[in-house]
Design a protein around this ligand. Sequence first.
Ligand code: PMP
Ligand code: GLU
Length: 399
Amino acid sequence: MKTYRLARRLAQLEPSATAAMNARVQQLRAEGVKVISFSVGEPDFNTPEPIKAAGIDALNKNLTHYTPAGGIVELRKAIAARVNADQGLTYTANQICVTTGAKEGLYLAFQALCDEGDEAIIPAPYWVSYIEQAKLAGATPITPMTTDATGFRLTPEQLREALTPRTKIVVLNSPSNPTGAVYSAAELRALADVLQDSEAIIITDEIYDAISYVEYARWLQVAPEFADRTLIVNGASKAYAMTGWRVGYVAGPLPIVTAIKDILSHTSTHTASISQYAALVAYTPNAELDQTVRDMAAAFLKRRDLILGLLAEIPGITCAVPDGAFYVFPNITGLLNRPLKNGTVCTTSDELNNYLLDQAHIACVGGESFGAPGYIRFSYATSEADIIEGVRRFRESVS
Ligand code: PMP
Ligand code: GLU
């Protein structure tokens, strides 16, 4: 095949492992293989009816034209009101930029802020895209490693050690993908105290805020003095089961949000108009919809307990109890370097992951992609029947 000289900045780009595994699952299913997927992290619930109806209504009303870069003002106003109620702040609609998923919001934040030589502190285990987005913006990811011993939460000491005069960004993600760790208010405060004397900008990715099984503390509630150097990233994908609609947002200081909108004005301009009108319903106060969101979170909690109970019965793995999101991140080192069912020996979690897909037809994501070899990520945003059958297959293939 002809080779092409691609842009130099792509030399180190790793494609998204979560997206790649999802594509592999779709391919296998198309070939007739009955794969149980714990891979891609997306709610299996359908988008709530009132949101879908708003999307259909937008189509019927021909609201299918360009919108302002960064979103229609009604949606930005509704999001500002939500953010202000959640965080106790006073953002205006101009401080909100609607993006094509939170993923694009994060990408644009790195693009708007980073220069070559800047450092971005991204605690590991981390969601796959932060690292690549930092690198694409020229920044160097600094990845202090948290472990199950500290509940996968960054300690103030680790943060202090990672900070340098080059630190441009610190990423906080609570509840966390892939670990499900949730920071308490006191833990966030301790991190804020460390950051006090730095000039770092904090990106707080709160995309799993609706799925917290413990009291949820927000960074800016705890450290409001950081509002002039914090970007809040969130979106409708997880809370409202709207992954395919691609609605996320960034909220923050006007100059940074304006810079993000300016980049957007030369790239996608805005997420689909129909999606924006649907999201307007999600972000408009509605007690019934709030209950639907709580019901989905309650279902995830039940599934978390189910999968934790089933995994606990498998010798060779240990699993921290996640306090939020819909992932479990068991330590599988006890399954490495010894013969599994058919004599196969896996030496890494990625190898185990491939083995599980081939042998047991279950799809997970190896810890390597999250900067945490020795672990494997299961997304349990799937049916209880699939959780039971999938973990049975897992157990059988590793015993
Ligand atoms: N942040 C985290 C931590 C995530 O897990 C995801 C899900 N892929 C995103 C951001 C992006 O979500 P989306 O682009 O669907 O809004
Ligand atoms: N956040 C999800 C995951 O980690 C969706 C896939 C992606 O966007 O990376 O699986």
